[in-house]
Design a protein around this ligand. Sequence first.
Ligand code: ATP
Length: 290
Amino acid sequence: MREIRLRALAKINLCLDVLGKREDGYHEVRMVMQTLNIFDKLSVRISQEPGIRIVTNLSYLPVNENNLVYRAARMLMDEFGIREGLDIDLYKYIPVAAGMAGGSSDAAAVIFAMNKLFRLGLSLERMMERGVQIGADVPYCLMRGTALAEGIGERLTRLAPCPPCYVLVAKPPVNVSTKFVYGNLKADQLSCHPDVDGFIEAMEAGDFHAMAALMGNVLETVTVPAYPIIDRIKQFMMEHGAIGAMMSGSGPTVFGIYTDLTAAKQTFYELKKSRLAAVVYLSDVYNVTY
Ligand code: ATP
């Protein structure tokens, strides 16, 4: 096998709490993660010419060591003494700097592809151990599905799949740096924490209304005041049939949960017509593993 084509799935956070800041500067989190049927497409090919070459549809994305795809490939090449080169085509659909783990998921896809192409024999767990060196979300992007992420996001517990529903995703026309959001979060002064365990119980019971009531993301305390358009999109979704709407990750992407496909589709078109969102997708929860 000389080439693998694969899909790198986007994620949302159905619930996101920050417990505090660790001495090493990282934040201790508790998050309920969910993959969606929204993805980047990658093609990873072995080449006789040494080096890593990335071609992407987004001209502003770095194609050197600043791209997480490059760093994942370099890491495995160095560890396993791989002399051949790699040609990687990266077609981005997941919005960039949006809170949907696009870069992390691309890196996870490259680790998965290289494990197969070079027959490295790494188990999922061993791939995840390497993934966390690239980014805290990479292990989850290898695991996929519904999961609880703790620690810096790398300690994962698989959960019963989120009950089937439709997820409307809208990214306002602003980009948000994850560093900016965590840098401005006053983790020790948060007056309100989401009930993550209560949310998981509601999800396991398939109780959408309890889930919607218990959804929460403490990072909204930083991103929403900086970009009030996030609240306007949430409101728009709630007024158009969503049973819950929230910002994903550090934002600015907003997602709305729908049980009624017709309402979700209608709102998808309404949002596309509005000036609130630069990117709108309609997905379902997607639990296909690698
Ligand atoms: P997260 O939800 O993990 O915070 P995100 O959606 O906020 O992720 P990404 O889209 O992964 O953020 O990218 C954030 C930054 O990382 C961008 O500024 C981009 O230049 C850089 N980057 C590096 N590699 C990639 C990649 N493969 N895809 C997208 N961005 C990348």
